[in-house]
Design a protein around this ligand. Sequence first.
Ligand code: GLA
Length: 502
Amino acid sequence: MKLSSTGIAIAALCAVAGAQNLTGRWTARIAGDGLTREMVLALDVDASGHVAGYLQTPQSEDRIVDGRASGSVFWFIGERDAGPPQRIYGGEAQGEKLQLFAAGNRAQKTEFARVSADRPQPLPPPPPKVSLAAPPPVAPNGLAQTPPMGWNSWNKFQRKVDDQVVREIADAMVKDGMRDAGYLYVNIDDTWEGARDASGVLLPNAKFPDMRALADYVHRKGLRLGIYSSPGPKTCAGYEGSYQHEAQDAKTWAEWGIDYLKYDWCSAARVYAPDQATMQAAYAKMGTALLASGRSIVYSLCQYGMLDVGEWGAKVGGNLWRTTDDIGDRWVSMQNIGFNLQSGREKYAGPGHWNDPDMLEIGNGGMSDTEYRTHMSLWSLLAAPLLAGNDLRDVTPGILEILTNKEVIAVDQDPLGKQGTRVSRQGDAEVWARPLADGGYAVGLFNRGAAEAKVTAQWSDIGISGAHAVRDLWAHAGRGAVSGAYSATVPSHGVVMLKIAK
Ligand code: GLA
């Protein structure tokens, strides 16, 4: 059928009318932990289908810098004055409801409801950011002489962590031998935070009725309790941060009996200027507050490796600092962080201050046991914090064996505290080595390729010569005295991990 010119004009008008229906303010409510948090989407669609407006979440503000709408479907690019520069969103309206998703995460849609069909006002320009002078060094707290070991809620539970989960994980850590293998910290990540009371004291939300009682419970098990906050006004998940309450929060945590703090940059990028001196000062503020709190609290910086954090992380009181963006439970993510993004940072690691390639994904199901052995071996060679990130309440014996391999843990916890490095690479075959306090070496023969391969560690690459006793740390077996080199057949994405005696 051929449309008349009037028909075409009507069809075009309908399309435009459909597009214009999106114009207005839409809100989404996120509930579930005793707090209701709101997201606002302001859309302004012109006659040509061009989209303007903004998206406000508790932790960020995206200005729409470009976008198109066609009928009820739309996409836009949001730009932040902080954090990852641009994000792409897509969505579709149905009547007075609208679904929004972030590109790359179509599965997670947020439902908005229309609150007004008025054309939204543009956002006022962002307030000027605070610049701070480089701080004087914060005295070392003397903690974390070897990389911290424990468990953290984020990788597996995200927002679903609560008092009961933490208690059950603590029980499991005692029962399944994790505690006795050295995993001592039970760390609550984001989403525990509630509101502040009239005097500004930060309270937990409904998921955590009594933090002091929880700390007592965890301590009675011979474990320690960790918590999470941000130098910004909001955490990454949009909960209350410690901005302008640093000393008060440190005191609150000390009173509860907290032993570890992960301090995550997140919305600090909205209030602080993006320079090294300012970021150092923001972290030093909490470093000083923790020292003054009267309790020994391990201080973990989380700012994704920005602004050469290795150069100053220890000077602001940090015991460890993240080196990259978040790990995912996938081979590509884990191997990229472990093999590609850690080299060159070894000079910053040592007793009391460690590079943190992020928490373990071992047991979360997205990798094979072979890949998880690689994860554990590589993190131990890197002198990385070992923070299990799985549900320890229903861990399989195979996964437990990987997490609690005492010979591999001994490499991670070696008192010399020297981070290992890659000593050779041939295609997908890589050899990493780490000098140990007893004069020996821990060595990993890794195969990053898709097929089984022979990998050889040359003594000259490690810097040794002559005959040395070799032990396989996953087979738990001696391999005799070996001269010159050691070769092994390594499965795809796998490792053979050795201790080479002095
Ligand atoms: C950031 C951190 C994660 C986790 C989440 C919580 O993404 O890098 O490790 O703490 O925030 O919101």
